[in-house]
Design a protein around this ligand. Structure first.
Ligand code: SAH
Ligand code: SF4
Ligand code: F3S
Length: 472
């Protein structure tokens, strides 16, 4: 685990120093310890890395054991009911810990906190939660924590969207070779089922020069797999208008010399252009991997979802991508049981996955989100029935994935070696298409690209053997 700090600009140095002094005496052990748990998407993971950067400046070290911690922070996700239930369950479980160790500070942040009814529930039913803040308040985290510990009061800081993009926050990256780099925040698409635009606010892009400079820093620091993040990276540069669209941004980054790979997510099909696909095909560093969520294979449902593309447009994009990159690996998200979806309409989704043959798929059962348009649509299909459809879809995708894995046997793949799995006595890594490959080798190879011949495919994990460099 690396603990790199970029500049501390953007956070209040003095407040951080004061907090450092306070936690020097408040700690239970040798050093103040923070337990940070992140739910949800990579955007949340990236936010947590900034929060941990701030905590590091305050003198905190990190623990995986909440029982040892002086500060417990959950960065929450609101995307589905199940995600929220898990958070409430885990916060509820902290009640005893707080009773035994009243000096432990419990904080909640992230997307869930932007929902009024969630904040109210925490206020009323979880009195041992001392600090609550939403995604727009992340740069203010030191100030909020300071108020909380010095005024001995509960702090709720929500909203506060300014339209500005925070720059220069400290960061503590979890990975040694893989890094997340946010290029834009928020979402303006208002897909009818989705809570994200309500909790993450309006779309805003980072200045391309700021992205380039952070990217260069990552390459120089030895990161090998850099994923550009945004809810819809394809609308990068529209707001504010820097005169650089996403394909152009990719070309700027691709020119940075070095041995590394660029990925990006998520791409919305409505803004996925041929220029983007041509850029991927012609680049030196961009992985031939496209995460392109289709959500449904049926045109009526896509319209009801407010997705602004139809099945034909999606398939046309896929076929162009395959024409310019025959080795492209496609992954996607799909929702089963959108309000009013019939079995016949659902079957269009099944046929689409069979037609496209995705490498892997994230499948979700529709979950109503309060305040979204879909939440007020009639939803007559019983949960049990949706569950059966869901199983049917998973089975269809399993067959597709098994076929694709089997077809990889005999090929040679360029793999970024990520870590050793001591239990298996193997190294593990990922192909450009983001497929896991296990193989025997020296752990000193971690963090390097190696060529691996695929010898076997089981349970969607490929196994293989190192191909010695030419001349050996
Ligand atoms: N911005 C990305 C998706 C972010 S959310 C995009 O548009 O592609 C990740 C996935 O969660 C979505 O692609 C969708 O498949 C799923 N999802 C979002 N809201 C949901 C809901 N209310 N119920 C079930 N799945 C949902
Ligand atoms: Fe949600 Fe749609 Fe925005 Fe993705 S593009 S975050 S699914 S509203
Ligand atoms: Fe969840 Fe927020 Fe991401 S709702 S999926 S953590 S943007």
């Amino acid at each position: 685990m690396s603990e790199s700090l970029f500049s501390a600009a953007g956070t209040d140095r003095q407040t951080i120093e004061q907090l450092r002094q306070i936690f020097k005496t408040r700690k239970r052990g040798e050093v103040p310890l923070a337990f940070v748990h992140t739910y949800g998407c990579q955007q949340n993971v990236a936010d947590s890395e900034h929060i941990q950067g701030m905590l590091l400046q305050m003198g905190f070290a990190f623990t995986q054991d909440a029982e040892q911690a002086d500060l417990i922070l959950f960065n929450t996700c609101a995307i589905r009911e199940h995600a929220e239930d898990r958070v409430f369950g885990n916060v509820g479980a902290l009640k005893n810990l707080k009773r035994r160790c009243p000096e432990v500070l419990i904080a909640l942040c992230g997307c869930m906190m932007e929902q009024e009814h969630v904040a109210e529930r925490i206020k009323k039913s979880y009195p041992y939660v001392s600090l609550v803040f939403g995604p727009h308040q992340i740069p203010n985290f030191p100030k909020l924590l300071f108020t909380c510990v010095t005024q001995h009061e509960r702090v709720f800081a929500r909203g506060g969207e300014t339209g500005e993009v925070p720059e220069g926050l400290p960061i503590r990256r979890e990975g040694r070779f893989k890094a997340w780099l946010s290029v834009m925040y928020g979402c303006d698409n208002f897909c009818s089922y989705c809570i994200v635009p309500y909790v993450r606010g309006r779309e805003r892009s980072r200045n391309p020069q700021a992205v380039l400079s952070e990217f260069r820093g990552l390459v120089e620091a030895g990161y090998k797999d850099i994923t550009l993040l945004g809810q819809n990276v394809n609308s990068y540069g529209k707001k504010p208008d820097y005169g650089v669209n996403f394909a152009q941004l990719l070309r700027m980054l691709d020119e940075v010399p070095g041995d590394y790979r660029i990925r990006f997510m998520t791409s919305h099909p409505k803004d996925c252009t041929r220029e983007l696909l041509d850029t991927m095909a012609g680049s030196t560093h961009i992985a031939h991997h496209l995460h392109l969520p289709f959500q449904s294979g049926n045109d009526r449902i896509l319209k009801e979802m407010n997705r602004h593309y139809d099945r034909a447009k999606y398939l046309e994009l896929v076929s162009y991508a395959r024409r310019v990159m025959p080795d492209i690996s496609l992954t996607s998200d799909v929702i089963v049981g959108f309000p009013g979806e019939t079995y016949e309409e659902f079957l269009d989704t099944v046929s689409l996955i069979q037609e496209v043959e995705f490498t892997s798929l994230f499948t979700f059962i529709y979950s109503p989100r309060r305040g979204t348009r879909a939440a007020s649509m009639p939803d007559p299909v019983p949960a049990k029935e949706k569950s059966r459809w869901f199983q049917e879809l998973c089975k269809a995708q399993e067959a597709v994935a098994a076929r694709r894995c089997a077809a990889a046997v005999g090929t040679v793949q360029r793999v970024l070696v990520e870590e050793e799995i001591p239990k298996k006595g193997l190294l593990t890594g990922r192909t450009g298409g983001n497929v896991v490959v296990d193989f025997p080798g020296d752990p000193a190879l971690c963090g390097t690209f190696q060529h691996v011949r695929i010898t076997n495919a089981r349970n969607w994990i490929l196994t293989g053997e190192l191909v010695p460099p030419a001349g050996d």
